[in-house]
Design a protein around this ligand. Sequence first.
Ligand code: ADP
Length: 426
Amino acid sequence: MKLGCIADDFTGATDLANNLVRSGMRVMQTFGVPTAPLSSDVDAVVVALKSRTISAQDAIAQSLDALKWLQAQGAEQIYFKYCSTFDSTPEGNIGPVTEALMDALNCKFTIATPAFPDNGRTVFKGYLFAGAVLLNESGMQNHPLTPMTDANLVRVMQAQTKRKVGLIDHTVLAKGTQAIADKIKQLEADGVGVAIVDATSNEDLKTLGPALKGMHLVTAGSGVAIGLPGNWGLQSSAQAAALPAPTGYQAIVSGSCSLATQAQVANYISTGLPSWQFKPLNWSAHDVPAQIKADVDAALAWAKPLLAQGPVLVYATTDADTLQQVQAQFGREQAGEWMESALAQVCLGLQAMGVKQWVIAGGETSGACVQALNITQMQIGPQIDPGVPWCFAPQHTAGHLTLKSGNFGTPDFFTKALKVLVETAA
Ligand code: ADP
């Protein structure tokens, strides 16, 4: 393994993995720290944690566990991946985890930059922009868990770490890779431990990449990944994204109520392909789990004779008004949990019927379904839409899957995804 990555959340992990694959690496993503050695020969592994908003102490412990496992697999460089909006509290967890990894790796210097210009995240003079506005004017200042009220990343990082924080600004980037390497040496000599790096374009990230060669630890959003595979002589190639040919039946399971997903469900239904909808407003308050079980059985009985003819869609996706009514009736969290459990049960039933190609819509929904299908590792394949690749779970009977969160994907995502899988199959 060349690059060992630790991501602080699941969808962010896939985003990073997707960028690495597009830049030429074969990549495996794991959910949590694996308990066994890796099952496939890949260039990079992204260990997906859920450590963004837990206590700094727990985030450190989990990240060090991941580090240990990655080192045991022979990782040559470690990449700590966080959100492109630098989501953190004054206490962390970006700073504390970075320091803990530096200590464990005996690493005197690292960089930090969430820049991802393709996604509208740019860093200029150390200030993070989300689209055309500063981070603290982007809505992120009101985030319920990690309000970002300061766009100056040198200050933000300095508040989270004991090490001195510096800056490699755009004037250095403009002079090229050697200038960055020289600046790193100078900052190190000045006692700087972590440097925020400016980047406003993919070109900047590609100039930065070679200057990071041999650095034990890199910390960044997913953008920096596009400049790293070249350090091992790897280039973009369709081969990096190659997955085994798909087998089995196809199913789309959707529990996202985001606007994009609503449009995707409507678009899919308009093609005349078969679909089945959960209608929680029909549930009475008495013994909901039994009614869910009856609904799951009905959905599976409906799907069974159809699977041989093509994909089936089972969904809970609904519009904001209906969602509000369901949440008013059962409580927001309880309704969400029940629906996730219902869709996870549907997945298990469909798996038993031979479904091996999965399109799953919804971040939380994906988590529940992946857990039900007992998927702990997946190889990352070709991109369907920005940030959303096909994946393949090698150790399990689960087969191919794509996990689409919230507002990702074009309206024809469901049919497009299945088409992409066939077209790109090995
Ligand atoms: P997204 O990625 O769009 O945020 P998630 O799967 O993360 O999607 O979240 C959607 C939440 O809404 C899940 O908890 C899901 O169970 C819940 N949900 C989906 N459909 C319904 C519905 N019809 N009524 C109530 N809750 C629902």
